[in-house]
Design a binder for this molecule. Structure first.
Ligand SMILES: *Cc1c(COP(=O)(O)O)cnc(C)c1O
Length: 384
């Protein structure tokens, strides 16, 4: 393994209370590694919220295990702990606690239920970097956690993922798995990703935006873009041959740069979320009230409106950055949820949220002016 990659794993682990970390090509690969190391196999059940990304479900199905969906509670969009126990069967092996949008899951309740039954808890921190629950950093509460550095996550390394272990035995198993089976990133993929990262950074510095867009279009036309998901991943339950891929140096370098500015990133997110709270309250909107146990760092700011898709359409033409996650209990909208063992009506709160929730930007490029403009735009719609 290259020294840069090791350095990034160590820096990331150090940032989260000195935990042992393993880097991967994507977040979903990190989840796959954790599930395998936990011994999840054919016939086992894995519980997760029915308000997630389909890419979270694939790694479960690749192992022949069965995803079991639990509905969310409407305030934090996290799994409803009151519904958790009834989902547990003798085959339940893992509970995935996804900290949706960055809101911490009610971890005490989850850990208590899981502990009683000897079930492992994995934290999905793909949308939650730096948040805390009862003073503990998210990712350090379960047996393991995983993170994503895909384009829209708390920070990006292009694509990228990390598994974090709170258990020495499990860490050893993941290490062995990586030694035996991890596929190195092909040079071409890595170069293309580097180009994409340069384009992405181009958007950060507006002066070069036009150039960046042209380069991106050109790359796209030539088929030179590393997509977040392949068609195969959107369709089936068989892992692509090159699924279990490691991280590239390009990603690790980008990650090291991002860790150096992580505190600033987090401060910014907190400040901007507070500003949304204040501005929306002033306009008579209800904003979410959390218990003092929860200290979230949000990736995006979710709001519920009555005409989601009309708003999304208008936002595009008005230059407002409106996010659509989650469009379906198993995001995106195009997912054939039945292929993943989801039946409509299974998680009514999640289905309702998918119809209503849009999310507003909080990332480091979001200025106070952007926030005001976004609030003006969203207040043209009715809160749901
Ligand atoms: C993005 C995301 C993932 C998957 O991350 P990738 O790096 O794209 O594999 C998993 N879970 C949640 C909640 C996510 O938002």
């Amino acid at each position: 393994m290259s020294p840069t990659i090791r350095q990034y794993e160590e820096a990331f682990g150090k940032w989260i209370n000195g935990r042992k970390c393993f880097s991967f090509w994507k977040g979903r690969v990190a989840l796959h590694a954790i599930l395998q190391a936990l011994g999840v196999q054919e016939g086992d059940e894995v519980i997760l919220p029915g308000y997630t990304c389909v890419m979270d479900v694939n790694p479960i199905m690749y192992l022949g295990a069965k995803p079991v969906y639990v509905d969310i509670e409407p305030n934090t969009y996290n799994l409803d702990v009151n519904l958790l126990e009834q989902k547990i069967t003798p085959r339940t092996k893992v509970i995935i606690a996804q900290h949706t949008y960055g809101y911490p899951v009610e971890m005490d309740a989850v850990l208590q239920i899981a502990g009683r039954k000897g079930i492992a808890v994995i934290e999905d921190c793909c949308l939650a970097l730096g948040g805390k629950y009862k003073g503990k950093t998210l990712g350090t509460l379960g047996k393991a956690a995983y993170f994503s550095f895909q384009w829209n996550k708390p920070y990006t390394t292009g694509l990228g993922g990390m598994a974090l272990c709170n258990d020495a035995g499990l860490a050893e198993k993941i290490e062995k798995l990586c030694q035996d089976r991890l596929i190195p990133v092909p040079v071409k993929k890595s170069l293309v990703l580097q180009a994409q990262l340069m384009v992405y950074r181009g958007f950060i510095y507006p002066r070069t935006t036009a150039l960046a867009q042209n380069v991106f279009r050109w790359l796209n036309k030539k088929g030179f873009v590393v997509g977040s998901s392949t068609n195969q991943e959107l369709a089936g339950n068989v892992a692509p041959d090159d699924f279990f891929m490691g991280m590239s140096d390009v990603q690790a370098r980008a990650g090291l740069r991002q860790i150096a500015r992580l505190e600033r990133n987090i401060d910014h997110r907190r400040k901007m979320a507070k500003m949304y709270d204040e501005l929306l309250s002033q306009r008579g909107w209800t904003v979410s009230q959390l218990s003092n146990d929860m200290d979230p760092v949000l990736v995006r700011y979710p709001v519920r409106i009555t005409e989601k898709w009309k708003a999304v359409e208008q936002a595009a033409s008005r230059g407002v950055e409106l996010g659509t996650w989650f469009e379906s209990p198993l995001h995106p909208k195009e997912t054939s949820v039945e292929l993943y063992g989801y039946r409509w009506g299974m998680c009514p709160q999640a289905e309702k949220a998918a119809e209503q929730v849009v999310n507003l930007p909080l990332h480091p490029r979001t200025s106070e002016k952007t926030i005001r403009r976004t609030v003006d735009f969203i207040c043209g719609f009715k809160q749901a």
